[in-house]
Design a protein around this ligand. Structure first.
Ligand code: SAM
Length: 260
């Protein structure tokens, strides 16, 4: 029996399929996390926007990317960090409620994206400052699609040349093998050499959205490094201070790099 098969057989906590993703309360999640820009997300934005701008500056001229954000939920800022470099942004999401929220938000965006998140992304970064109406541009490029990160390999291996996955791999399961597969599948969906950014909750014990509890697998930055280093050239892995979002976690982790 291989290592991951053995671990899966021994795992006892809820797997990704066990959680009620179609009952995810999108408005509640948005309200709690993204109604206003938080200090921790602002730090993640600085790291990711600097990284993407640096990658694409060095590579000019370069065709606009086919980009993907995996498990978008109700978070538009990963997609916004890819905006200047993308011809299309796939918002790849398992939950029906979150897909409907995304479709609605693209038509009628909440004010925080334009008034708080976009200034944090664009200030001092010429590639972003060139975009005058980011929410209109995003609505024109974004494509909301039903998808499961565990099926991302079949048919979509190497399909994208820019990607983000924020608070997904460790926040959709209690199982280490699923954390690893989600992370590896995300990287596998990229073409070799493509830049990516991923964010993770550190030592999460799971989380409520409204009254519904969702599972997490407790990781720290060493888990992120050991999972990514076989498949990616890592630019940076940084712990981001955060302790006031909810109980049961110890900060956030952001990783940037390129698929090998
Ligand atoms: C903790 S939320 C993170 C949402 C968002 N990316 C953010 O930064 O806040 C986890 C997201 O992963 C989605 N998800 C759960 N299982 C998934 C799967 N197997 N494939 C793709 N997305 C999944 C959930 O519906 C939810 O939107």
């Amino acid at each position: 029996m291989g290592d991951s098969v053995l671990r899966a057989a021994l795992a006892t906590g809820p797997a990704n399929d066990d959680a009620p993703w179609d009952r995810f309360d999108s408005d509640e999640y948005f309200w709690h996390n993204y109604k206003h820009l938080r200090h921790d997300d602002a730090r993640i934005i600085d790291i990711v926007a600097d990284f993407f701008e640096h990658c694409f500056d060095r590579a000019q001229p370069r065709a606009l990317a086919n980009a993907i954000d995996v498990g978008s939920g109700t978070n538009l800022y990963p997609a916004l960090t890819m905006l200047p470099f993308a011809a299309r942004v796939t918002l790849f999401e398992r939950s029906h409620t979150n897909r409907q929220w995304l479709i609605d938000a693209l038509v009628k965006p909440q004010s925080s994206w334009r008034d708080e998140f976009w200034p944090a992304i664009s200030d001092g970064r010429p590639a972003y400052q060139r975009i005058k109406d980011p929410m209109d541009v995003l609505a024109g490029l974004a494509w909301v699609t039903k998808g499961n990160v565990f099926a991302l390999r079949s048919g979509q291996s190497g399909a994208y040349d820019l990607g983000t996955m924020f608070f997904v791999a460790e926040s959709i399961t209690t199982r280490d093998d699923e954390f690893e597969r989600a992370t590896l599948n995300f990287i596998d969906s990229l073409k070799p050499g493509s830049p990516f950014a991923a964010a993770f909750m550190c030592r999460s014990e799971g989380y409520y959205v409204g009254s519904t509890f969702f599972p997490a697998y407790s990781i720290d930055d060493t888990d992120v490094k050991s999972c990514l280093e076989s498949v990616a050239r890592i630019s940076q892995i940084e712990r981001v201070d955060s302790d006031d979002l909810r109980d049961g976690y110890s900060g956030m982790i952001v990783a940037t790099g390129w698929k090998r």
